[in-house]
Design a protein around this ligand. Structure first.
Ligand code: NDP
Ligand code: HSE
Length: 469
Protein backbone atom coordinates (compact mmCIF):
# COMPACT_ATOMS: atom_id res chain seq x y z
CA UNK A 1 0.00 0.00 0.00
CA UNK A 2 1.12 3.53 -0.51
CA UNK A 3 2.02 6.00 2.20
CA UNK A 4 -0.71 8.61 2.48
CA UNK A 5 -0.21 12.21 1.56
CA UNK A 6 -0.58 14.72 4.37
CA UNK A 7 -3.09 17.54 3.93
CA UNK A 8 -1.47 19.86 1.42
CA UNK A 9 -0.97 23.58 1.81
CA UNK A 10 -1.40 26.11 -0.91
CA UNK A 11 2.16 27.33 -1.36
CA UNK A 12 4.73 24.99 -2.81
CA UNK A 13 7.74 25.38 -0.55
CA UNK A 14 11.34 25.08 -1.67
CA UNK A 15 13.66 22.52 -0.12
CA UNK A 16 15.07 19.04 -0.61
CA UNK A 17 12.87 16.38 -2.16
CA UNK A 18 11.11 14.09 0.29
CA UNK A 19 12.30 10.54 -0.11
CA UNK A 20 9.14 8.61 0.71
CA UNK A 21 6.25 11.05 0.67
CA UNK A 22 3.66 10.21 -1.92
CA UNK A 23 1.49 12.41 -4.10
CA UNK A 24 -1.77 13.70 -2.62
CA UNK A 25 -4.86 11.60 -2.88
CA UNK A 26 -6.51 11.85 -6.24
CA UNK A 27 -3.32 13.06 -7.90
CA UNK A 28 -1.65 9.82 -8.78
CA UNK A 29 -1.63 8.44 -5.25
CA UNK A 30 0.96 5.78 -5.80
CA UNK A 31 3.48 7.85 -7.68
CA UNK A 32 6.38 9.20 -5.61
CA UNK A 33 6.43 12.97 -5.53
CA UNK A 34 9.24 14.33 -7.69
CA UNK A 35 11.50 17.07 -6.41
CA UNK A 36 9.97 19.57 -8.81
CA UNK A 37 6.38 18.94 -7.70
CA UNK A 38 6.90 18.39 -3.95
CA UNK A 39 4.81 20.57 -1.68
CA UNK A 40 5.01 20.98 2.05
CA UNK A 41 1.73 20.33 3.81
CA UNK A 42 0.05 22.91 6.02
CA UNK A 43 -1.09 20.26 8.45
CA UNK A 44 -0.49 16.69 9.39
CA UNK A 45 -3.57 14.74 10.48
CA UNK A 46 -3.27 13.13 13.91
CA UNK A 47 -5.63 10.41 15.14
CA UNK A 48 -5.48 9.81 18.88
CA UNK A 49 -6.53 6.39 20.11
CA UNK A 50 -7.19 6.61 23.85
CA UNK A 51 -7.77 9.67 25.99
CA UNK A 52 -6.94 8.46 29.48
CA UNK A 53 -4.04 9.41 31.74
CA UNK A 54 -1.57 9.94 28.90
CA UNK A 55 -3.87 10.63 25.95
CA UNK A 56 -5.61 13.51 27.70
CA UNK A 57 -2.25 15.17 28.43
CA UNK A 58 -1.25 14.72 24.79
CA UNK A 59 -4.41 16.62 23.81
CA UNK A 60 -3.62 19.39 26.31
CA UNK A 61 -0.03 19.82 25.11
CA UNK A 62 -1.07 19.67 21.44
CA UNK A 63 -3.50 22.51 22.07
CA UNK A 64 -1.39 24.61 24.44
CA UNK A 65 1.75 24.46 22.32
CA UNK A 66 0.16 24.28 18.88
CA UNK A 67 2.20 27.13 17.38
CA UNK A 68 5.55 25.97 18.74
CA UNK A 69 4.88 22.39 17.67
CA UNK A 70 3.91 23.57 14.18
CA UNK A 71 7.11 25.59 13.91
CA UNK A 72 9.20 22.61 15.01
CA UNK A 73 7.47 20.05 12.80
CA UNK A 74 7.04 22.31 9.78
CA UNK A 75 3.25 21.88 9.71
CA UNK A 76 0.31 22.11 12.08
CA UNK A 77 -0.38 18.96 14.08
CA UNK A 78 -4.11 18.73 13.42
CA UNK A 79 -6.02 16.45 15.78
CA UNK A 80 -8.72 14.94 13.57
CA UNK A 81 -10.33 12.59 16.08
CA UNK A 82 -9.99 10.90 19.47
CA UNK A 83 -11.11 7.29 19.81
CA UNK A 84 -12.31 6.25 23.26
CA UNK A 85 -14.38 3.44 24.71
CA UNK A 86 -17.10 5.68 26.17
CA UNK A 87 -17.82 8.89 24.27
CA UNK A 88 -20.22 10.08 26.99
CA UNK A 89 -17.76 9.80 29.86
CA UNK A 90 -16.55 12.96 31.60
CA UNK A 91 -13.31 14.34 30.12
CA UNK A 92 -10.74 16.95 31.04
CA UNK A 93 -12.00 20.40 30.02
CA UNK A 94 -9.46 20.81 27.21
CA UNK A 95 -10.61 17.67 25.38
CA UNK A 96 -12.79 18.73 22.40
CA UNK A 97 -15.89 16.56 22.73
CA UNK A 98 -16.75 16.95 19.05
CA UNK A 99 -13.61 14.95 18.19
CA UNK A 100 -14.57 11.93 20.32
CA UNK A 101 -15.52 8.78 18.50
CA UNK A 102 -16.04 5.14 19.37
CA UNK A 103 -15.06 4.09 15.84
CA UNK A 104 -11.30 3.77 16.13
CA UNK A 105 -10.94 1.87 12.84
CA UNK A 106 -12.61 4.63 10.82
CA UNK A 107 -10.46 7.23 12.54
CA UNK A 108 -7.26 5.34 11.75
CA UNK A 109 -8.20 5.37 8.07
CA UNK A 110 -8.15 9.16 7.87
CA UNK A 111 -4.91 10.00 9.64
CA UNK A 112 -1.29 10.60 8.66
CA UNK A 113 -0.11 9.76 12.16
CA UNK A 114 -1.89 7.46 14.60
CA UNK A 115 -1.04 7.97 18.27
CA UNK A 116 -1.99 4.80 20.12
CA UNK A 117 -2.54 5.32 23.86
CA UNK A 118 -5.13 2.67 24.63
CA UNK A 119 -2.70 0.04 25.87
CA UNK A 120 -2.77 -3.76 25.86
CA UNK A 121 -2.98 -6.12 22.91
CA UNK A 122 -6.67 -6.27 21.95
CA UNK A 123 -8.21 -4.44 20.13
CA UNK A 124 -5.10 -2.37 19.62
CA UNK A 125 -3.06 -4.79 17.53
CA UNK A 126 -5.32 -4.80 14.43
CA UNK A 127 -5.73 -1.03 14.64
CA UNK A 128 -2.00 -0.42 14.75
CA UNK A 129 -1.36 -2.96 12.00
CA UNK A 130 -4.02 -1.34 9.81
CA UNK A 131 -2.42 2.06 10.35
CA UNK A 132 1.08 0.82 9.51
CA UNK A 133 -0.09 -1.18 6.51
CA UNK A 134 -1.76 1.93 5.09
CA UNK A 135 1.47 3.90 5.45
CA UNK A 136 0.45 5.99 8.45
CA UNK A 137 3.10 6.58 11.09
CA UNK A 138 2.32 5.04 14.46
CA UNK A 139 3.42 6.61 17.74
CA UNK A 140 2.72 4.37 20.70
CA UNK A 141 3.46 4.01 24.40
CA UNK A 142 2.35 0.40 24.41
CA UNK A 143 5.18 -1.76 25.78
CA UNK A 144 2.95 -4.84 26.03
CA UNK A 145 2.15 -4.75 22.33
CA UNK A 146 5.74 -4.08 21.26
CA UNK A 147 7.26 -6.70 23.53
CA UNK A 148 4.83 -9.38 22.32
CA UNK A 149 4.32 -8.40 18.66
CA UNK A 150 7.25 -6.13 17.80
CA UNK A 151 8.41 -8.11 14.73
CA UNK A 152 4.90 -8.10 13.23
CA UNK A 153 4.57 -4.33 13.72
CA UNK A 154 8.05 -3.58 12.39
CA UNK A 155 7.39 -5.89 9.45
CA UNK A 156 4.20 -4.03 8.55
CA UNK A 157 6.04 -0.71 8.84
CA UNK A 158 8.88 -1.97 6.67
CA UNK A 159 6.54 -3.18 3.92
CA UNK A 160 4.63 0.09 3.61
CA UNK A 161 7.51 2.44 4.39
CA UNK A 162 5.69 3.66 7.50
CA UNK A 163 7.41 4.80 10.67
CA UNK A 164 6.98 3.32 14.14
CA UNK A 165 7.90 5.42 17.18
CA UNK A 166 7.70 4.23 20.79
CA UNK A 167 9.71 6.45 23.11
CA UNK A 168 6.90 6.43 25.70
CA UNK A 169 6.87 2.64 25.90
CA UNK A 170 9.96 2.51 28.11
CA UNK A 171 10.55 4.72 31.14
CA UNK A 172 7.99 7.42 30.32
CA UNK A 173 9.68 10.77 29.76
CA UNK A 174 13.20 9.33 29.83
CA UNK A 175 14.63 9.38 26.28
CA UNK A 176 16.27 5.98 26.46
CA UNK A 177 14.68 4.55 23.30
CA UNK A 178 16.08 7.46 21.30
CA UNK A 179 19.38 7.04 23.12
CA UNK A 180 19.74 3.41 22.12
CA UNK A 181 18.08 3.58 18.69
CA UNK A 182 19.82 6.72 17.45
CA UNK A 183 22.49 8.19 19.74
CA UNK A 184 24.24 4.85 20.31
CA UNK A 185 23.68 3.44 16.82
CA UNK A 186 27.42 3.73 16.17
CA UNK A 187 28.60 2.11 19.40
CA UNK A 188 28.56 -1.43 20.79
CA UNK A 189 26.44 -1.80 23.89
CA UNK A 190 27.75 -4.25 26.48
CA UNK A 191 25.06 -3.94 29.12
CA UNK A 192 21.83 -2.22 30.02
CA UNK A 193 20.75 -2.07 33.66
CA UNK A 194 17.49 -0.34 34.36
CA UNK A 195 15.03 0.60 37.03
CA UNK A 196 12.15 0.73 34.58
CA UNK A 197 9.15 0.30 36.85
CA UNK A 198 8.36 3.24 39.09
CA UNK A 199 5.78 1.43 41.23
CA UNK A 200 8.19 -1.24 42.40
CA UNK A 201 10.97 1.28 42.93
CA UNK A 202 8.61 3.30 45.11
CA UNK A 203 7.67 0.19 47.12
CA UNK A 204 11.28 -0.93 47.59
CA UNK A 205 12.34 2.59 48.51
CA UNK A 206 9.63 2.84 51.17
CA UNK A 207 10.70 -0.54 52.55
CA UNK A 208 14.35 0.52 52.59
CA UNK A 209 14.02 4.00 54.01
CA UNK A 210 10.98 3.69 56.31
CA UNK A 211 11.15 0.03 57.18
CA UNK A 212 7.67 -0.70 55.77
CA UNK A 213 6.65 -4.27 54.99
CA UNK A 214 5.96 -5.16 51.37
CA UNK A 215 2.20 -5.18 52.02
CA UNK A 216 2.19 -1.77 53.70
CA UNK A 217 4.39 -0.24 51.00
CA UNK A 218 2.15 -1.68 48.29
CA UNK A 219 -0.95 -0.30 50.04
CA UNK A 220 0.72 3.12 50.16
CA UNK A 221 1.63 2.90 46.47
CA UNK A 222 -2.02 2.12 45.70
CA UNK A 223 -3.25 4.97 47.89
CA UNK A 224 -0.94 7.42 46.10
CA UNK A 225 -2.02 6.16 42.66
CA UNK A 226 1.30 4.57 41.65
CA UNK A 227 0.07 1.00 41.80
CA UNK A 228 -3.10 -0.33 40.17
CA UNK A 229 -5.82 -2.07 42.20
CA UNK A 230 -4.43 -5.22 40.55
CA UNK A 231 -0.70 -4.65 41.00
CA UNK A 232 0.39 -7.88 39.32
CA UNK A 233 1.98 -6.38 36.21
CA UNK A 234 4.17 -4.15 38.32
CA UNK A 235 5.06 -6.19 41.41
CA UNK A 236 5.53 -9.48 39.56
CA UNK A 237 7.88 -7.80 37.10
CA UNK A 238 5.88 -8.25 33.86
CA UNK A 239 5.83 -4.52 33.04
CA UNK A 240 9.60 -4.36 33.55
CA UNK A 241 10.07 -7.52 31.46
CA UNK A 242 8.26 -5.95 28.49
CA UNK A 243 10.51 -2.91 28.77
CA UNK A 244 13.60 -5.12 29.15
CA UNK A 245 12.70 -6.90 25.91
CA UNK A 246 12.37 -3.59 24.06
CA UNK A 247 15.63 -2.21 25.46
CA UNK A 248 17.55 -5.41 24.73
CA UNK A 249 16.24 -5.54 21.15
CA UNK A 250 17.51 -2.01 20.57
CA UNK A 251 20.79 -2.42 22.44
CA UNK A 252 21.85 -5.66 20.80
CA UNK A 253 20.25 -5.42 17.33
CA UNK A 254 18.50 -8.69 18.04
CA UNK A 255 14.82 -9.55 18.41
CA UNK A 256 13.92 -10.16 22.02
CA UNK A 257 10.34 -10.89 23.04
CA UNK A 258 8.81 -10.71 26.50
CA UNK A 259 8.64 -14.52 26.43
CA UNK A 260 12.45 -14.59 26.34
CA UNK A 261 12.79 -12.71 29.63
CA UNK A 262 12.90 -14.72 32.89
CA UNK A 263 11.17 -12.67 35.58
CA UNK A 264 11.19 -12.60 39.35
CA UNK A 265 9.09 -9.91 41.02
CA UNK A 266 9.45 -8.27 44.42
CA UNK A 267 6.78 -10.03 46.50
CA UNK A 268 9.40 -12.12 48.31
CA UNK A 269 11.57 -9.18 49.37
CA UNK A 270 11.23 -8.57 53.10
CA UNK A 271 11.95 -5.65 55.40
CA UNK A 272 14.63 -7.87 56.97
CA UNK A 273 16.30 -8.28 53.54
CA UNK A 274 16.32 -4.50 53.24
CA UNK A 275 17.88 -3.97 56.65
CA UNK A 276 20.46 -6.66 55.98
CA UNK A 277 21.32 -5.15 52.61
CA UNK A 278 21.81 -1.72 54.16
CA UNK A 279 24.13 -3.16 56.81
CA UNK A 280 26.25 -4.69 54.07
CA UNK A 281 26.39 -1.49 51.99
CA UNK A 282 23.78 -2.46 49.40
CA UNK A 283 20.32 -1.42 48.30
CA UNK A 284 17.73 -3.75 46.75
CA UNK A 285 16.25 -2.68 43.40
CA UNK A 286 14.09 -4.43 40.82
CA UNK A 287 16.39 -4.41 37.80
CA UNK A 288 15.98 -5.11 34.12
CA UNK A 289 19.36 -6.51 33.15
CA UNK A 290 20.47 -7.13 29.58
CA UNK A 291 24.05 -8.13 28.87
CA UNK A 292 26.20 -9.17 25.97
CA UNK A 293 27.84 -12.44 27.04
CA UNK A 294 31.24 -13.33 25.66
CA UNK A 295 32.58 -15.51 28.52
CA UNK A 296 34.02 -19.01 28.10
CA UNK A 297 33.28 -19.22 24.41
CA UNK A 298 29.58 -18.49 25.01
CA UNK A 299 28.40 -15.70 22.71
CA UNK A 300 24.98 -14.22 23.07
CA UNK A 301 22.82 -12.06 25.25
CA UNK A 302 21.14 -12.53 28.56
CA UNK A 303 18.00 -10.58 29.45
CA UNK A 304 16.19 -10.87 32.78
CA UNK A 305 14.26 -9.01 35.44
CA UNK A 306 14.76 -9.65 39.14
CA UNK A 307 15.39 -7.95 42.46
CA UNK A 308 19.10 -7.42 42.98
CA UNK A 309 21.52 -6.06 45.50
CA UNK A 310 23.35 -3.02 44.19
CA UNK A 311 26.29 -1.38 45.98
CA UNK A 312 25.05 1.82 47.65
CA UNK A 313 27.63 3.68 45.55
CA UNK A 314 26.18 2.53 42.20
CA UNK A 315 24.38 5.32 40.31
CA UNK A 316 21.13 3.32 40.22
CA UNK A 317 21.19 3.01 44.01
CA UNK A 318 20.43 6.73 44.24
CA UNK A 319 17.20 6.41 42.23
CA UNK A 320 14.47 7.10 44.77
CA UNK A 321 10.69 6.98 44.84
CA UNK A 322 8.88 6.26 41.58
CA UNK A 323 11.69 7.53 39.36
CA UNK A 324 13.19 5.44 36.56
CA UNK A 325 16.79 5.24 35.40
CA UNK A 326 18.68 3.21 32.86
CA UNK A 327 22.44 2.76 32.86
CA UNK A 328 23.94 1.80 29.50
CA UNK A 329 27.50 0.54 29.25
CA UNK A 330 28.88 0.90 25.77
CA UNK A 331 32.27 0.06 24.34
CA UNK A 332 33.27 3.55 23.24
CA UNK A 333 30.89 5.80 25.18
CA UNK A 334 31.52 4.11 28.52
CA UNK A 335 28.79 4.38 31.12
CA UNK A 336 25.74 6.56 30.43
CA UNK A 337 22.75 7.12 32.66
CA UNK A 338 19.25 8.14 31.59
CA UNK A 339 17.08 9.32 34.48
CA UNK A 340 13.66 10.84 35.06
CA UNK A 341 9.95 10.28 35.47
CA UNK A 342 8.96 6.91 34.12
CA UNK A 343 5.21 7.36 34.30
CA UNK A 344 2.44 9.90 34.72
CA UNK A 345 0.28 11.70 32.20
CA UNK A 346 2.36 14.78 31.43
CA UNK A 347 5.85 13.16 31.55
CA UNK A 348 4.73 10.33 29.28
CA UNK A 349 2.94 12.78 26.98
CA UNK A 350 6.25 14.64 26.63
CA UNK A 351 7.80 11.51 25.11
CA UNK A 352 4.78 11.06 22.82
CA UNK A 353 4.99 14.67 21.64
CA UNK A 354 8.69 14.30 20.91
CA UNK A 355 7.91 11.34 18.67
CA UNK A 356 5.02 13.23 17.11
CA UNK A 357 7.19 16.19 16.13
CA UNK A 358 9.78 13.87 14.59
CA UNK A 359 7.09 11.88 12.78
CA UNK A 360 5.34 15.01 11.49
CA UNK A 361 8.62 16.50 10.38
CA UNK A 362 9.25 13.39 8.27
CA UNK A 363 5.79 13.73 6.74
CA UNK A 364 6.66 17.31 5.85
CA UNK A 365 10.30 17.15 4.86
CA UNK A 366 10.69 13.48 3.98
CA UNK A 367 12.92 10.93 5.65
CA UNK A 368 12.12 8.08 7.97
CA UNK A 369 12.55 6.89 11.51
CA UNK A 370 15.32 4.28 11.92
CA UNK A 371 14.13 0.86 10.77
CA UNK A 372 14.13 -2.13 13.08
CA UNK A 373 17.72 -3.35 13.39
CA UNK A 374 18.01 -7.10 14.03
CA UNK A 375 21.04 -7.99 11.93
CA UNK A 376 23.15 -9.23 14.89
CA UNK A 377 20.74 -12.07 15.69
CA UNK A 378 22.59 -12.88 18.90
CA UNK A 379 21.40 -16.06 20.58
CA UNK A 380 19.73 -15.77 23.93
CA UNK A 381 21.90 -17.38 26.56
CA UNK A 382 19.86 -19.57 28.87
CA UNK A 383 19.65 -18.66 32.51
CA UNK A 384 21.82 -21.64 33.44
CA UNK A 385 24.76 -20.33 31.38
CA UNK A 386 24.43 -16.74 32.55
CA UNK A 387 27.25 -15.49 34.73
CA UNK A 388 25.94 -14.07 38.01
CA UNK A 389 26.97 -13.16 41.51
CA UNK A 390 24.65 -14.08 44.35
CA UNK A 391 24.24 -13.37 47.99
CA UNK A 392 23.02 -16.37 49.98
CA UNK A 393 21.79 -16.09 53.56
CA UNK A 394 21.89 -19.26 55.62
CA UNK A 395 20.82 -20.24 59.11
CA UNK A 396 23.40 -22.75 60.30
CA UNK A 397 24.17 -24.97 63.25
CA UNK A 398 26.61 -22.83 65.28
CA UNK A 399 29.17 -25.64 65.62
CA UNK A 400 32.83 -26.13 64.72
CA UNK A 401 33.36 -27.10 61.09
CA UNK A 402 29.98 -25.89 59.75
CA UNK A 403 31.41 -22.88 57.95
CA UNK A 404 34.22 -24.98 56.51
CA UNK A 405 31.64 -27.47 55.20
CA UNK A 406 29.64 -24.68 53.58
CA UNK A 407 32.77 -23.22 51.98
CA UNK A 408 33.56 -26.72 50.75
CA UNK A 409 30.23 -26.95 48.92
CA UNK A 410 31.00 -23.67 47.14
CA UNK A 411 34.44 -24.99 46.21
CA UNK A 412 33.08 -28.33 44.93
CA UNK A 413 30.88 -26.44 42.46
CA UNK A 414 33.67 -24.16 41.29
CA UNK A 415 32.08 -21.11 42.87
CA UNK A 416 34.52 -18.68 44.43
CA UNK A 417 33.45 -16.84 47.59
CA UNK A 418 33.94 -13.08 47.70
CA UNK A 419 32.85 -12.43 51.29
CA UNK A 420 31.35 -14.16 54.32
CA UNK A 421 29.69 -12.33 57.20
CA UNK A 422 28.11 -13.65 60.34
CA UNK A 423 25.07 -11.43 60.63
CA UNK A 424 23.28 -12.65 63.72
CA UNK A 425 22.06 -15.64 65.66
CA UNK A 426 18.63 -17.16 66.27
CA UNK A 427 17.91 -19.91 68.80
CA UNK A 428 21.48 -21.13 68.85
CA UNK A 429 21.84 -20.97 65.07
CA UNK A 430 24.26 -18.66 63.30
CA UNK A 431 23.09 -16.50 60.41
CA UNK A 432 25.70 -16.29 57.66
CA UNK A 433 25.66 -14.14 54.54
CA UNK A 434 27.85 -15.27 51.66
CA UNK A 435 28.52 -13.26 48.50
CA UNK A 436 30.03 -15.14 45.58
CA UNK A 437 32.24 -14.03 42.74
CA UNK A 438 30.86 -14.47 39.22
CA UNK A 439 29.82 -18.03 38.42
CA UNK A 440 27.23 -19.56 36.13
CA UNK A 441 23.64 -19.58 37.32
CA UNK A 442 23.73 -23.35 37.05
CA UNK A 443 26.73 -23.68 39.39
CA UNK A 444 25.17 -21.25 41.85
CA UNK A 445 21.84 -23.10 41.81
CA UNK A 446 23.55 -26.45 42.35
CA UNK A 447 25.52 -24.98 45.25
CA UNK A 448 22.35 -23.76 46.94
CA UNK A 449 20.59 -27.07 46.29
CA UNK A 450 23.47 -28.99 47.90
CA UNK A 451 23.50 -26.61 50.88
CA UNK A 452 19.76 -27.12 51.38
CA UNK A 453 20.34 -30.86 51.69
CA UNK A 454 23.05 -30.49 54.33
CA UNK A 455 21.66 -31.19 57.84
CA UNK A 456 23.90 -28.52 59.34
CA UNK A 457 22.20 -25.89 57.14
CA UNK A 458 18.91 -25.32 58.95
CA UNK A 459 17.50 -22.85 56.42
CA UNK A 460 18.42 -21.15 53.17
CA UNK A 461 16.92 -17.82 54.21
CA UNK A 462 17.32 -15.98 50.91
CA UNK A 463 19.15 -16.03 47.60
CA UNK A 464 19.54 -12.79 45.71
CA UNK A 465 21.62 -11.66 42.76
CA UNK A 466 24.24 -8.99 43.18
CA UNK A 467 24.68 -6.54 40.31
CA UNK A 468 26.80 -3.50 39.60
CA UNK A 469 30.29 -2.50 40.64
P1 NDP B 1 -5.72 4.72 30.47
O1 NDP B 1 -6.31 3.46 30.95
O2 NDP B 1 -5.72 5.88 31.39
O3 NDP B 1 -6.50 5.19 29.14
C1 NDP B 1 -6.85 4.29 28.15
C2 NDP B 1 -7.71 4.99 27.13
O4 NDP B 1 -8.01 4.09 26.09
C3 NDP B 1 -9.06 5.50 27.67
O5 NDP B 1 -9.34 6.78 27.17
C4 NDP B 1 -10.06 4.48 27.12
O6 NDP B 1 -11.34 5.02 26.84
C5 NDP B 1 -9.40 4.11 25.82
N1 NDP B 1 -9.84 2.80 25.36
C6 NDP B 1 -9.81 1.62 26.03
N2 NDP B 1 -10.28 0.64 25.26
C7 NDP B 1 -10.61 1.20 24.08
C8 NDP B 1 -11.15 0.72 22.89
N3 NDP B 1 -11.46 -0.56 22.75
N4 NDP B 1 -11.35 1.58 21.85
C9 NDP B 1 -11.06 2.89 21.99
N5 NDP B 1 -10.52 3.41 23.12
C10 NDP B 1 -10.32 2.58 24.14
O7 NDP B 1 -4.27 4.38 29.95
P2 NDP B 1 -2.94 5.24 30.07
O8 NDP B 1 -3.17 6.58 29.49
O9 NDP B 1 -2.42 5.15 31.45
O10 NDP B 1 -1.92 4.41 29.16
C11 NDP B 1 -1.96 4.45 27.76
C12 NDP B 1 -0.74 3.75 27.19
O11 NDP B 1 0.42 4.44 27.62
C13 NDP B 1 -0.55 2.30 27.64
O12 NDP B 1 0.00 1.57 26.60
C14 NDP B 1 0.41 2.42 28.79
O13 NDP B 1 1.16 1.25 28.99
C15 NDP B 1 1.29 3.54 28.27
N6 NDP B 1 2.01 4.24 29.33
C16 NDP B 1 1.31 4.76 30.38
C17 NDP B 1 1.98 5.40 31.39
C18 NDP B 1 1.24 6.03 32.51
O14 NDP B 1 1.90 6.61 33.38
N7 NDP B 1 -0.08 5.96 32.56
C19 NDP B 1 3.45 5.50 31.37
C20 NDP B 1 4.07 4.97 30.19
C21 NDP B 1 3.36 4.34 29.23
P3 NDP B 1 -12.29 5.59 27.99
O15 NDP B 1 -11.62 6.85 28.44
O16 NDP B 1 -13.59 5.84 27.32
O17 NDP B 1 -12.33 4.54 29.04
N1 HSE C 1 3.19 1.01 35.89
C1 HSE C 1 4.42 1.50 35.32
C2 HSE C 1 5.36 1.89 36.43
C3 HSE C 1 4.24 2.69 34.41
O1 HSE C 1 5.03 1.78 37.61
O2 HSE C 1 6.47 2.29 36.12
C4 HSE C 1 3.81 2.29 33.04
O3 HSE C 1 4.71 1.39 32.47
Amino acid sequence: MSARAPILGHDPAPGPAPTRRRAPRGEGEDAPVSSSTAQHPDAVRIALLGCGTVGSQVVRLLREHADDLAARAGARLELVGIAVRDTDAERDPWVPRELLTADAAALVARADIVVELIGGIDPVRPLVLAALESGATVVTGNKALLAAHGPELHGAAERSGADLYYEAAVAGAVPVVYGLRESLAGDNVDAVLGIVNGTTNFILDEMATRGLSFDDALALAQELGYAEADPTADVDGHDAAAKAAILASLAFHTRVSIDDVPVTGIRQVTAADMAEAREAGYVIKLLAVARRITDNGTRGISVRVHPALLPATHPLAAVRGAFNAVVVEAEAAGRLMFYGQGAGGAPTASAVLGDLVAAASHKVHGGNAPRESTYAELPLVTDAQTPARTQVQLRLADEPGTLAAVAGVYGEHGVSIESVRQTGADDGDARITIVSHLATEAALAQTVAKLSDDPRVHEVVSVMRVEGN
